[in-house]
Design a binder for this molecule. Sequence first.
Ligand SMILES: Cc1ncc(COP(=O)(O)O)c(C=O)c1O
Length: 405
Amino acid sequence: MPSRAQFPALQLEVRGKTAVYLDGPGGTQVPQSVIDAMSGYLRHGGSNSGGPFLTSRYTDDVTYAARLAMMDFYNARRPDEIVFGQNMTSLNFSLSRALARTWQPGDEIIVTRLDHDANISPWLLAAEDRGVTVRWLDFDPADCTLRLDTLPELLTNQTRLLAITYASNAVGSISDVRRAAELAHAAGALVLVDSVHFAPHGLIDVQALNCDFLISSAYKYFGPHTGILYGKYELLDGLTAYKVRPAPGKPAGKWETGTQSFESLAGVTAAVNYLAALGDEAGSRRERLVRAMQRIKTYEMSLSQRFLLRASQVPGLRVFGITDVERLDERTPTFAVSLDGVSPEAVATRLGEQGIFVWHGHYYAVAVMERLGLLAQGGLVRIGFVHYNTADEVDQAVAALASLR
Ligand SMILES: Cc1ncc(COP(=O)(O)O)c(C=O)c1O
């Protein structure tokens, strides 16, 4: 992909060598256009929203532009189906509190073992508050894919919600969210999708998925630290949000608590525009996003294939999740690995000393590590590629891992 030069942070050097950012699943770097949009907002002169004067109107314009951008990114039906918040976790906690008010003791909800804890704990706590039963959708430890075949047995006419990840931030498996939503809806349950890890790697289409809610965070896809919730209009409108009294009663305003980070909203628009530009000039922004995400996916699959082939030649290096190169469209280029005889922390530390940035531990995929029996042993090393990574960086990472043994 031709976009590396747009990312100032990718020029960083460690001990005279260009840094290798393989920590994208924890947060990506941003292009210059996002930096310019954010500093541009601050330079212009801003104000809080809703005032009858220039700087406040400017803030309202910036906010609306971000709503339109995220409407395109998610393929929502209307801009007021987009809600901004601090991050995915905070948005999910406020949504879970609002949804839980509609539950009765004896109701049931379903969470998955493949999820980040930000899509588990809010639901466990809400269920505890309301006397609701929690059922767990498991994954197959052999390839770390969700056991959707077991979902029908978990669904009952008491099920109120399925909270499901679009892709695992630990092992990269992509869930068949559309199928899961079909099954859950047939049982009368709502569906909430955590798309935080999936978002930089593939096209999101909330209408095609027919999910009720979906949340992501722009810092995982080349934007600033802001969370973005999609909710079906009727649901956002009908549910009672926890809010202060004068907050606008309509979606999305009633869900946006306090003052937003307006400079971040300027950055969100720039991040979506950056991605759309990878899909060339022609067509609407959504059409450009469709092409861009397809290009990103194809390119990232080439990185995954290279990584898996090279990694399979390193003695003692084990890759968790899907390793079959014929199944690359079922995973993101995020690999959780172990190296015999070297702890995950030692691997991350020693790669970090060489300027190769990777995470170790559970990265809040606590349930994944528990299910794999690895939590107490320090989890796994996570090596995550995004479209600004190169084939040469894949080779550097594998060579560095091989040299540690
Ligand atoms: C899959 C997934 N869900 C949720 C989160 C939490 O997102 P946030 O930091 O925006 O609260 C993360 C963050 O790493 C994640 O990877």
